[in-house]
Design a protein around this ligand. Sequence first.
Ligand code: WTA
Length: 680
Amino acid sequence: MADQNHVTPSEAEIAVHWGEEEYYHPSPEFIAQANLADRKAYERFSLEHFPECFKEYADLLDWDRYWETTLDTSNPPFWKWFVGGRLNAAHNCVDRHLPRHRNKTAIHFVPEPEDEPIQHVTYQELYLRVNEFAALLRDFAGVEAGDRVTIHMPMVAELPIAMLACARLGAIHSVVFGGFSGKAAAERMVDSGSRVLVTMDAYYRNGKLLDHKEKADVTVAEAAKEGLTVDKVLVWQRHPGRTSSPTPLVEGRDVLVNDLLKEYRHRTVEPVSMPAEDPLFLMYTSGSTGKPKGAQHSIGGYLSYVAGTTKYYQDLHPEDVYWCMADIGWITGHSYIVYGPLALGASTVVYEGVPTYPDAGRPWRIAEELGVNIFHTSPTAIRGLRKAGPEEPGKYHYHFKHMTTVGEPIEPDVWRWYYHVVGKGEAVIVDTWWQTETGGFLCSTAPALHAMKPGSAGPGVLGVYPVVFDENGNEIPAGSGRAGYLCIRNPWPGQFQTIWGDPDRYVRTYFARFNKDPGSQDWRDWPYMAGDGAMQAEDGYIRILGRIDDVINVAGHRLGTKEIENAALSVPEVAEAAVVAARDELKGTVPDLYVSLHPGYEAGDGLVKRISEAVVKEISPIARPRSIHIVPDMPKTRSGKIMRRILAAISNGSDDVGDVTTLANPEVVETIRAMAQGAR
Ligand code: WTA
């Protein structure tokens, strides 16, 4: 893993300058109302009480049948939580709230165009709409428990409705980020063997109505090439009653959901009582190879974990108005826009558009209008909002009690702007570290119990015990100032169950490196390796240094460098491609692409543009390289491995590319440096 090709933690550590350590404290008002205000909770969740401590989270849910075994470790590392229990996720997120919260808003849908009214979907309306769509999925599209349904949709209320309809039937949803290309959606459909695609004709982004239906046609065609027939394409209309996409419907395959739903009006579907360990959803994420992996999450463990962490770390109370400004197409949206808040019967905001449209005051106007008091976003969004309108928050009369940052390391000065200007010095901040695979937060301060430290996620959350290992699996003591591999000692209920269709990869990627004994059934021998480098300070707080594998976090979006390289390689002239992470003032990191060409070809004829377009077509505009350098040759070891470390140093403007003596072609380094650094 951490061979010379990768940025090892110690190098990453050197690259990060965080400034002095400082602490901020929650206000007495916040502490007085907090859900988690008693330090004894950490004793209840100590390893001594593991795994039974997680009963407290599971008891936040309604169970059709209570479980017999809290944690089954008989087939490591395929842990099973709440075995024997049965429940339904849609019942837990919708039906059970009706007696007390029928007329309360479950979802505030905020369209991007400001003149379009906000929709306040009550729990009663959510109940009706989830039932109707579940009936349609079952009776029209033939979806049954265990089937996979791919949902490729923008940020609209119909997206959580579609997810909950699947959950009601016991079907497994696989939501693909709306910004991904049709081809990327096809790859995920094929991998999951899903025959139903739920999509929408169009959506608004940055002031434009974008055609989304055209992507569905690409998805079906690309899936067919891989032998998968998509039976049904269910197309929601962004504006019910009118068509917003110029792409025609395909007879016999595509249907307009809004029309067809008229036949299912007021139809109800009994929530299917599912075993706790059955999958709730797949969420595809990037890893070290070019193939995205389907992280499989369970119904009982996952839902318990997101309900518990939402309650304690988001400090969500039923009367709060909660806005997580992420996209439901990523894990943050699944856990902390949809499942966590709805499991607790709160009001959650779904915003369609970009934060800075039409101007950087938009989020604060939304917060003011809806009375948002808990706000959750990413460092990239914070940096963008600060740049576009550093004084904007002060112009609006909203009051946050709590704010979250997630997805990337946050620089202390960005943190301070978030705290003083966005939070007006009133709100606590939690910096939550976690991953698609982990289902929910793993490191964070408890908002009323721990002081905040800009730039650091907190200690392990309740019942989660992080540890930093060196190369050889020895623990690096907290406070030693040394970086290493961030791992988690113990399983937790939100942990993914496997990689869909590839259990070996699950074991290899996350557990093999630090496993103590492959035959052991003791969870203590199977620490989870996260793939991040980290340091633990003396106070136990974890500082995340970034990925140590071939994953790049662009504006909080997780992408595989191999996926981008493969897209570049689809251009015929390209012989070799290497992507490295370059630091960026706004987006944290961005991909820089280096390519060499097959003999006989030259740069020209818009080659750079074609490569860039190939990346967008294969993946998404979010993966578009910042710059594309066509180089005469790649720096390589004698065994032919591309030394990405050297390219990364060049991309980051470093004068020191490190040791080049192991290269077969050291002379190429200066040529590349002159080209790349000269180009900016
Ligand atoms: C990074 C997103 C620093 C990390 C929830 C991780 C963070 C990857 C933080 C997972 C944080 C997430 N501070 N880095 N608070 N949270 N990361 O799967 O590198 O999209 O491994 O899940 O984001 O990205 P993913």
